[in-house]
Design a protein around this ligand. Structure first.
Ligand code: SS9
Ligand code: ZN
Length: 344
């Protein structure tokens, strides 16, 4: 299994985030990718290659053009406001009864229009890193379309919280959604996206919610008690043609492997019934017992079991990295998953 990664993805280096009611040190930091790279090399897991270049077209199949234009142009607009010494935080959003049909001219109004949380600051090189992370996912998808049985797109910044037209949860471009669409455009009739990150993949769900050609499944902490709070309940089954092709498995804080693995089984059974041509796995390792911002109890050796179970589906599988904030253990937990998958 080959890994795809670009050092450009290190250029997004947030210093702070607003979470749990206060300014905290940022958790989605470049060293996350470094730890995974180090582990891949330490165990000689396989070749690590740089992503190909892509035009914006495959990204614009998923995200709105005004949103992508905003992301790519943002830092220039921010510096024109004379705000160069710090990273950019939104502080106001168009929630209930406020308008989203008009995008404000002023940069803070724009920033809130195109985001949903204050935990995802933008810096001078965010766009470069985000675009390369999406190209890492697209390169993995292209390799699968060209016949690879598996690939690992070491995406960072992650993507599963990003919607068509707004960012949040450390995510700007929905890497897994862009990859799934690319696969649909290059031979796959049906694609399953299985999100095993601790947090609900609200962005990926919303992007494919009315579609039958991409099945979305997510095992995650119950949104009644966990970020992203406002999507991810079990009654969200899809809409229109997409009815029944969205499957959420919300679980309580404290969930151990014994419980989590039952949801994994249910998800795998649904994927088998759906019969996709290819599987995209949104691979977050924040289900780990020592993750600093999460509250599931998976142990490092149980990540091997995730990989083994997914391999039993016998599908071409593209792994896309999402979360995981126990940085010291991230490399082991990520490579354990990929090792389990390959062992079969
Ligand atoms: N204590 C809750 C802080 C949540 N902050 C956002 C988490 C995004 C995870 C992305 S996988
Ligand atoms: Zn997460």
């Amino acid at each position: 299994m080959k890994t795809i990664f670009s050092p450009d993805q290190m250029l997004h280096a947030p210093q702070f985030e607003v979470s749990d009611g206060k300014l905290e040190p940022a958790k989605e930091i470049p060293s996350r990718a470094q730890m995974v790279l180090d582990r891949l090399k330490a165990v000689q897991f396989g070749e690590i290659i740089e992503p190909r270049s892509f035009s914006l077209d495959p990204i614009l199949k998923i995200h709105a053009s005004d949103y992508i234009e905003f992301l790519s142009d943002f830092w220039r607009l921010w510096t024109e406001e004379g705000r160069t010494e710090q990273e950019a935080f939104p502080f106001v959003w168009p929630v209930r009864q406020l308008r989203t049909d008009i995008v404000p001219d002023q940069i803070d109004g724009k920033l809130g229009h195109y985001s949903f949380d204050a935990g995802t600051p933008m810096g001078p090189h965010t766009w470069t890193a985000v675009r390369r992370s999406a190209e890492t996912a697209l390169t993995g998808a292209a390799m699968m379309a060209e016949g690879a049985r598996s690939a690992f797109a070491l995406c960072r910044p992650p993507g599963h919280h990003a919607h068509k037209s707004f960012f949040g949860g450390y995510c700007f471009i929905n890497n897994a959604a862009v990859a799934a669409q690319y696969l649909r455009d290059h031979g796959a009739k049906r694609v399953s996206v299985f999100d095993v990150d601790y947090h609900h993949g609200n962005g990926t769900q919303a992007i494919f919610y009315d579609r039958a050609d991409v099945q979305f499944l997510s095992i995650h902490a119950d949104p009644k008690v966990e970020f992203p709070y406002y999507l991810g309940h079990a009654d969200e089954k899809g809409v229109g043609e997409g009815e029944e092709f969205n499957l959420n498995y919300p679980l309580p804080h404290g969930t151990p492997w014994e419980v989590w693995s039952r949801a994994l089984e249910e998800g795998c059974a649904s994927i088998e019934a759906y019969k996709p041509d290819v599987l995209v796995v949104s691979l977050g390792m924040d289900t780990f017992e020592k993750d600093p911002i999460s509250q599931f109890k998976l142990k490092s050796e149980e990540f091997n079991l995730i990989g083994e179970r997914l391999a039993k589906l016998g599908l071409p599988t593209l792994f896309i990295m999402e979360g995981g904030y126990a940085v010291e253990d991230l490399g082991v937990n990520c490579v354990n998953t990929l090792t389990g998958f390959r062992q079969r």
